[in-house]
Every structure is written in C-alpha cells, then in structure tokens.
Ligand binder design. Structure first.
Ligand SMILES: [Zn+2]
Length: 265
C-alpha cells in the first residue's frame, strides 16, 4: 500500500498528463452532455452532483455527535460525549459516522443506487463518506461488508457496499478490500423485520477467511455501507471481524436512522 501523496517524478509527470487528459475529456463531455443534477436533472455546474435545491433537502448530520453511534446530540457538552442510547446498548463496533439522516431525498438516492443501478452520484458519495469519516481515517484498511449471497448479487447485479467503499477509498487513498467478510449463509432481507428479528437474521451470517484473518489481525478497520437502520447488520459484521483479530472496527455509512423508534424500510 503506497503512502498517500508519495509519488516519484515520473509519477508526477504522468499524474499531470493524466489530469490534463481528464480535464480535456471533461470539457468534451460537458459540451456533448451538459451536466445535470443526478436527482432532478436540472442543469448544474458539474457532472455527478446535486443542484442547490436538492442539496438543501438533505439532512446532513453535523456535530455535536455521540462519539460511539455518531447520532446528533441536542447540545455540545464541550468534550467527547456518549449518548444515553450508546451507554444503554453499547454497539459492537467502536465508532460510527453517517453522512445524513436516512430520510427524504437521501433515501431516494440510496434506493436508486441499490435497486436502480444508478451510479452517477458515486464519486460525490465517496467525497461525502470521506468527509463524514475524516476523524476515523488516520489509519488503515477499508473493508466493505454485506457481501451479497450469490443469488442476490445476481438479481441486483452489483454490491452497493463495495462501490461505496471503493469510492471512499479513491478519495482517501486507502486500500479497499472486497474479500475479507463473506456470507456464511444466505439471509432474508431485513426489510419489515423487528429489531430482534433483524439480530437473529444476521447472527453468525458472516465469516472471515483464513487468508483474510492474517490481513486484519491487529488492524483498524472501517466498514463502509449504504445505511444503518437498527445497526444489527454492521454489529454482526463488527463482531465477526473483532473475533477474527481486528484491533478496532469503525463504521462509515451514507445514512442512518437517527430515531430508532422509526425504522425506515
Ligand atoms: Zn436537483
């Protein structure tokens, strides 16, 4: 794994040429296909972004946050704060951070990505994830999780967790590894299940291969995913990784349900 920003002279020259070529390609693309909002399709300044009106509809999660769950707190206590929810039920992962509340336009964007194969916003999502998880990215290796069981991968064609991890990885220049966590068995969709049913559904559903165990032992890991609703899936993944030897497991997602009383489908 190369250090971020470390390149030799040839690399810098090639990087400069690469940037100029990309700029030229972007100019041609803009001329042929003017940039539009990835959601409402009104014109924008750049490709792969939201227009100002759509942007304003996103409920970005901002500090003060619960240090463990990453949910917003009503006031800033001036130091590291852990919410009552995290104290009552400490999560299996160390810290989680989310870009936005899982609601409205963000929910629609995730649904389009997941079920509609709409990947035009993926670079923007990568930047959002990197920003939301900036305090966790002082190390490490990203791994995406929720490896889909074969039949579901076939019906959905791609794994949204993987492409989000790769998009974040490109921004942070940290490795993303797609082959650490795998499904030990198929699970039913979590949609429509209660919190307890969700926990049972994913308990023991993941495993780490012998090769991957060597790779993660004593490493700090960030799980990347699209959404946390109850947290049952990421907690099952975090437990599996910790048992397999990971030193620490953090989670970064595009969106999370911040009110656990309303579990959005
Ligand atoms: Zn728009």
């Amino acid at each position: 794994m190369s250090e971020p920003g470390v390149r030799n002279k040839a690399g810098l020259r090639l990087g400069g040429l690469d940037q100029r070529l990309r700029g030229l390609a972007r100019g041609i693309a803009d001329f042929c296909l003017p940039p539009i909002c990835i959601f409402c399709r009104t014109s924008t300044d750049h490709h792969g972004v939201l227009c100002a009106a759509c942007w304003r509809q996103i409920d970005f999660i901002a500090p003060p946050l619960c240090d463990r769950l990453g949910i917003p707190l009503p006031y800033d206590s001036g130091g590291i704060t852990v919410s009552a929810a995290a104290l009552a039920n400490p999560p299996a992962y160390d810290r989680a951070r989310a870009v936005a509340r899982y609601d409205g336009l963000v929910r629609d964007l995730i649904h389009r990505l997941k079920y509609g194969d709409r990947q035009e916003g993926i670079a923007m999502f990568g930047r959002w994830l990197a920003q939301a998880g900036f305090e966790l990215i002082s190390y490490a290796v990203f791994f995406f999780h929720k490896t889909l069981y074969r039949w579901r991968l076939w019906t959905r064609r791609f794994n949204q967790s993987a492409i989000l991890a790769e998009a974040m990885s490109r921004v942070c220049r940290v490795e993303a590894d797609a082959f650490v966590l795998r499904r030990a068995r198929p699970t039913r969709s979590q949609i429509g299940l209660t919190i307890e049913q969700r926990k049972r559904n994913v308990a023991g559903a993941f495993q780490v291969s012998k090769r991957a165990k060597l790779k993660i032992t004593d490493r700090k890991i960030i799980l990347v995913d699209d959404v946390i609703t109850t947290g049952a899936t990421v907690e099952a993944c975090a437990r599996t990784l910790t048992r397999a030897g990971a030193a620490r497991v953090d989670v970064v997602v595009l969106a999370r349900v911040t009110d656990t009383m309303t579990i959005a489908p």
